[in-house]
Design a protein around this ligand. Structure first.
Ligand SMILES: Cc1cc2nc3c(=O)[nH]c(=O)nc-3n(C[C@H](O)[C@H](O)[C@H](O)COP(=O)(O)OP(=O)(O)OC[C@H]3O[C@@H](n4cnc5c(N)ncnc54)[C@H](O)[C@@H]3O)c2cc1C
Length: 460
């Protein structure tokens, strides 16, 4: 037994798992299979006290560590080689104060846990599009989701948080207590400490109009141009996503389209259902090959895409912000999207605007407020021998889109783990946001203890 394992055995009330434990390979696995780190110890926390103890023991031992919420960081930031993983995944409780319309989530909760708890009360706030993703990492990076144009990003609904700091203290951030820290937690990632409790404002959301339409790729240019013009005037109730993908072998997909590159329009309308149906009419006039938009409970929409994003495959993401979906962008997306060398890969164009765009650029640390679309180039494959093929194809498309994009990128869609410079992270946030985050970091984590993240260096 190592000294570290001995001190955890003596002081840590959670479960400490070391490499010779039978559970080790299962618990060390993260969503993205290209990330194969071997931590020296995984500290599974069940209580806030466990988190505090894990921070203190690890810091005092001088061992690097990573913090794990839902484990979906594509860059592999929630695990580390040779260090400790502070694993919050056993802490998944979500409670709802129906009167105040506030949800409180433990830091290991997934969006599935969250939507199940809030959905029972006919309430919701914006969460990610895949129910297995963690509330923690998604919110701390920003949080794009189906309700965003009506109710803002996930981080815009974060009204308070409890944080374990580098010295093991527990502090609170809200509009009244440390508003500067709340600003930083809304987009600045896990740079300031471990969030042990999230509080979100909730909104009435029950049945929504959700689903997708599918078009053959040779209609792609027409569809995406019509979609762009239509989306520009869409009321806030609608949040849409256009995608280039391979049509899946689902019963609703005509057999001639299965396995073919296609354009999909996916979305959610969280207002009056008849208004939503009318709003979709211009897209329906394009005569989609498949159309499964219909009324459904919001938590069901939140699980609709889960089967397409299983854990254990190999993944690489690159993202960016678009001021407009110009013809040039559409050409790159269609040409390179169709050339992606895996049927599991896709290009996602998330519609921004609405409530997201009405939050001031300096009101949170999420830098993409002025964009009309955020793209995510999602490469997914299974054979490790093909890593370089898929990563190169993704980077080619990213290079094609870069000159057409706005400055900055969404850190949660950044698969490259930070190198030993802070240039990529600075570029992602932009100088103003980065410098403000760096000042906040100097105050709370001057030695940069929390650095397994898209790391902001403490200001000097
Ligand atoms: C399948 C899939 C679907 C996705 N869909 C969306 C989407 O719809 N919208 C969107 O915006 N993004 C989406 N993303 C990106 C997603 O936001 C990020 O991958 C996010 O980091 C996932 O959070 P997590 O808690 O699961 O990750 P983790 O890997 O556990 O953590 C990610 C980062 O957050 C830090 N962290 C985790 N918990 C805490 C905590 N309690 N306190 C402080 N730091 C913490 C970690 O240290 C790490 O740096 C998706 C990703 C995947 C893989």
């Amino acid at each position: 037994m190592t000294d570290l394992a001995r001190s955890f055995a003596a002081h840590f009330a959670g479960t400490a798992i070391v490499p010779d434990d039978d559970r080790y390979d299962t618990v060390r696995a993260v969503w993205n299979a290209t990330v194969e780190a071997r931590p020296v110890l995984i500290a599974q926390c069940r209580t806030v006290e466990d988190i505090v103890e894990a921070v203190n023991l690890t810091r005092d031992a001088g061992v690097p560590f990573a913090v794990r919420g839902g484990g979906h960081s594509v860059a592999g930031l929630s695990t580390c080689d040779g260090g400790v993983v502070i694993d919050l995944s056993p802490m998944r409780a979500v409670s709802v104060d129906r009167e105040r319309r506030v949800a409180t989530a433990e830091p290991g909760a997934t969006w599935g846990d969250y939507d199940a708890a809030t959905g029972q009360h006919g309430l919701a706030s914006t969460g990610g599009l895949i129910s297995t993703t963690g509330v923690a990492g998604l919110t701390l990076g920003g949080g794009i989701g189906w309700l965003q144009r009506k109710h803002g990003l996930a981080c815009d609904n974060l009204i308070a948080a409890e944080l374990i700091t580098a010295d093991g203290a527990t502090i609170r951030a809200s509009q009244n207590e440390r508003p500067g820290l709340l600003w930083g937690l809304r987009g600045g990632g896990g740079n300031f400490g471990i969030v042990s409790r999230f509080e979100f404002s909730l909104h009435p959301v029950t049945t929504v109009l959700g689903g997708l339409m599918l078009f053959p790729i040779d209609q792609g240019a027409d569809v995406l141009r019509t979609f762009r013009d239509w989306a520009a005037d869409l009321p806030d109730e609608g949040s849409m996503l256009a995608a280039v993908l391979t049509a899946p072998p689902e019963p609703f997909v005509p057999s001639h389209l299965v396995g073919q590159k296609s354009v999909a329009i996916l979305g959610c309308w969280c207002g009056d259902l008849e208004d939503g149906t009318n709003a979709l009419e211009p897209l329906r006039r394009l005569e989609p090959a498949a159309d499964v938009f219909g009324p459904m409970p919001y938590p069901e929409l939140q699980r609709m895409l889960d089967a397409g994003a299983p854990a254990g495959l190999r993944n690489y993401f690159r993202g960016g912000y678009l001021a407009e979906l110009t013809d040039d962008v559409i050409d790159v997306v269609l040409e390179q999207g169709a050339a992606m060398p895996s049927p599991m890969s896709a290009v996602h164009l998330h519609q921004m605007g609405g409530a997201v765009g009405r939050v001031g650029v300096d009101a949170t640390a999420f830098p993409g407020r002025a964009s009309s679309f955020t793209y995510n180039l999602v490469s997914t494959w299974s054979d490790p021998a093909e890593d370089s093929i898929h990563i190169a194809a993704n980077r080619r498309m990213a290079a094609g889109l870069a000159p057409l994009s706005m400055p900055g990128t969404y850190v949660n869609f950044l698969a490259d783990a930070p190198d030993d410079t802070d240039l990529a992270v600075r570029a992602a946030y932009g100088d103003d946001v980065y410098d403000r985050l760096a000042r906040q970091k100097r105050e709370l984590d001057p030695t940069n203890l929390f650095r397994a993240n898209h790391n902001v260096r403490p200001a000097r």
